[in-house]
Design a protein around this ligand. Structure first.
Ligand code: GDD
Ligand code: MN
Length: 377
């Protein structure tokens, strides 16, 4: 199956091309890749899912002349798992992915390799930086692509600042995924590599996403849904969702502290109830601070700026703003919109919690070092 014209040990680049019914594209792909890479020690790894059109057979005939590895999968189907299989079979010190349909021009690869040589450990061929673009896309496809990109940028810390986090054309040093189990779900493998791998320098190089000249696209609407599922899994993996849930649990504990103290200080200690409320509220803030410090943001204790006292003060400031937001939202929805006040309170709680969480995430416990979002170029 392997017909590489060189020994596996010194291969610089393993380029993975997943194929499904690409019989018309396979010859120009192999030729154009070779044309630009003949100076390099490379292998092209074609991972075909037993395409009925005979893509794999044709590819095998080329492996006498070119450094080609052809893998045929019969048990499994799908772009993502095909690419992961390719990674596992690759022997290069740099791994790359390219579509087989020539929508990713192989001529861009030398520029990608240059970026690796210049120190990047992940280099993404990017449609959305100056010099890059897409050819012949409808407004609808552009909007979907931008929407998908926006959510990734907002919700995945490892995708923050990356202009084309959904690119299917990229290279990375093998070390980036050392010891990492890539889950072959969702077809945006680059997100897996960024979120689960250990990149330290991510660079983007422009390219033009070409129109498909031959064959047909295989990706369907189902893949768009899969993308959202994949994103959800990675957000969970990165810990943001888990952190938010912990933060809410702590918030709920604060409500009990507040209610308990309000009753206790008023009924047992005989304080005026407004005074009990103020005291109870402050103590519940301190309760929440403590649990968030020890639990929700435990991993950030040593990397957050400032002392414990600074963080406690910041947390107080955030919480008091949160109270203000709660009151404002409650009044607005009840008085202006005319909602039933209990319903307004639910909206107010969601609004204030979101504010509290984000402000504490980005300010109180903001990492000063080791921040994965600093990684991006
Ligand atoms: N082995 C295998 N199995 N390969 C597949 C499968 C599969 O089930 N489905 C698709 N492929 C291969 C195709 O043969 C092609 O080489 C490549 O994966 C991309 O598939 P297309 O069907 O051409 O996808 P596209 O053009 O809609 O999407 C591409 O563009 C996106 C950018 O908008 C993909 O490259 C995405 O990765 C990329 O992000
Ligand atoms: Mn395509």
């Amino acid at each position: 199956m392997v017909m590489a014209s060189q020994s596996a040990s010194n291969i610089e680049l393993s380029l993975i091309a997943p194929t499904y019914n690409e019989i018309e594209n396979i010859v120009p792909l192999v030729e154009r890749v070779h044309e630009v890479l003949s100076q390099y020690r490379y292998e092209l790894v074609i991972v075909d899912d037993n395409s009925p059109d005979g893509t794999a057979d044709l590819a095998r005939t080329l492996s006498e002349k070119y450094p080609l590895k052809v893998i045929v999968r019969t048990e499994e189907r799908g772009l993502a798992s095909a690419v992961v299989r390719g990674f596992n079979e690759a022997s290069g010190r740099v791994l790359g992915v390219i579509d087989a349909d020539l929508q990713h021009p192989p001529e861009a690869i030398p520029d990608l390799l240059k970026a690796i040589d210049a120190g990047a450990d992940v280099v993404i061929a990017s449609r959305y930086i100056p010099g890059g673009g897409v050819e012949g896309w409808s407004i609808k496809r552009k909007i979907i692509s931008q929407g998908a990109k926006l959510i990734a940028n907002l919700l995945l810390s490892s995708a923050r600042g990356i202009r084309d986090p959904l690119s299917g054309f990229f290279l990375f040093r093998k070390e980036v995924i050392d010891g990492v189990a890539l889950a072959p779900t969702g077809y945006k493998i680059i997100l897996e590599v960024l979120a689960k791998g250990h990149p330290t320098q991510v660079t983007e190089v422009p390219y033009m996403f070409r129109d498909r000249e031959r064959g047909e696209s295989n990706l369907t609407f189902k893949e768009e849904l899969n993308y959202l599922k994949h994103l959800g899994r990675l957000i969970w993996y990165e810990g943001l969702l888990k952190r938010f849930i912990k933060f809410c649990v702590v918030g709920a504990s604060g409500t009990f502290v507040y209610m308990g103290l309000l009753a206790l200080l008023t009924e047992v200690a005989g304080l005026f109830y407004i005074l009990s409320a103020v005291l109870g509220y402050e103590i519940s803030i301190l309760n929440n601070y403590t649990w968030n410090e020890l639990w929700t943001f435990r991993d950030r204790r040593t990397i957050s700026g400032g002392s414990v006292l600074t963080r406690a003060i910041k947390f107080n400031v955030v919480s008091l703003f949160g109270l203000g937001i709660h009151a404002a939202v409650l009044a607005f929805f009840t008085e202006v919109v005319g909602l039933f006040y209990i319903l307004s309170a639910v909206i107010a709680i969601i609004g204030a919690m979101t504010w509290n969480f984000l402000a504490n995430l980005k300010w109180t416990w903001r990492p000063t070092s080791d921040d994965p979002s600093n990684v991006v170029s």
